[in-house]
Design a protein around this ligand. Structure first.
Ligand SMILES: Nc1ncnc2c1ncn2[C@@H]1O[C@H](COP(=O)(O)OP(=O)(O)OP(=O)(O)O)[C@@H](O)[C@H]1O
Length: 234
């Protein structure tokens, strides 16, 4: 569903990605780990068609994102570290607006409420202005927008950064729910615990290279931590 083939990205003389090949299937959560500057955000931005590859290919649902930008955009939802919403509107109004923008459909209030509830926001919170929301609540609206869009794939850049442990755990549960409904999830993170807990597969990157891929069920938290540190030190 989210696939790259021998993907290279140069910024001038700097090679940010070196021959990256990954394949995130429906019903998988793929967590990308790596130090600052490893190339994680660059990879996400290539899927979003915000950047063009220097070499290789980026495919969403089997289609090259450069050749099929609209189809690719329709298939994916993106949740950045801080979900951008209109502060003067309520969570429900934001969802109504962004869902209509994505689908061309105006959803009724009960459907909007049920999407927000599914993302963990109750009706009282849904009717409050977003300017009063915490970061975790904004992300829940982001998930509700993705669900309204019926996205086949979800891309996330450091979604749990700055969330308290309870909010991070709630967010992980939402990702698991999305995965269980067949969505392909690709997320970057610096949080090894989150990667092990939530990810089905983990990729470790360093300086533009994908050094290894692991099934998270095959490693313990402490094994993942020592493996990660070994790769960073090598
Ligand atoms: N638009 C750009 N122009 C020039 N260099 C860039 C650009 N975007 C990223 N880079 C460089 O490419 C490399 C990879 O950056 P990227 O943001 O993808 O890393 P990252 O793994 O997401 O890091 P972090 O964990 O800090 O978010 C870095 O060396 C960065 O400075």
């Amino acid at each position: 569903m989210l696939k790259t083939i021998q993907l290279d990205k140069h910024f001038g003389s700097h090679q940010a990605l070196k021959a990256i090949s990954i394949d995130v299937k429906p019903g998988e959560i793929y967590c990308l780990l790596g130090a600052n500057g490893a190339g994680k955000t660059t990879l996400i931005n290539l899927f979003l068609n915000f950047l063009q590859p220097t070499g290789g290919q980026v495919l969403v649902n089997g289609r090259d994102v450069q050749q099929y930008p609209l189809e690719s955009k329709r298939d994916i939802a993106y949740i950045p570290e801080l979900v951008m919403l209109y502060g003067v509107l309520s969570g429900l109004e934001n969802l109504e607006y962004f869902a209509a923008l994505a689908t061309g459909e105006k959803l009724p209030r009960d459907k909007l409420l049920s999407l927000l509830q599914g993302a963990g926001l109750d009706a009282t919170a849904a009717d409050r202005r977003v300017s009063t929301y915490s970061k975790g609540m904004r992300q829940k609206v982001g998930i509700a927008i993705a669900m309204a869009k019926n996205a086949k794939a979800l891309l996330l850049d450091e979604p749990t950064s700055g969330l308290d442990p309870k909010a991070a755990n709630e967010f992980s549960q939402l990702l698991t729910k999305a995965k269980d409904s067949g969505v392909a999830v690709l997320t970057t993170t610096h949080d090894l615990f989150h990667a092990k807990q939530t990810g089905t597969r983990i990729g470790i990157m360093r300086r533009g290279e994908l050094l290894t891929e692991l099934n998270s069920a095959d490693v313990s938290h402490s094994e993942l931590e020592s493996l990660y540190l070994q790769y960073m030190e090598a």
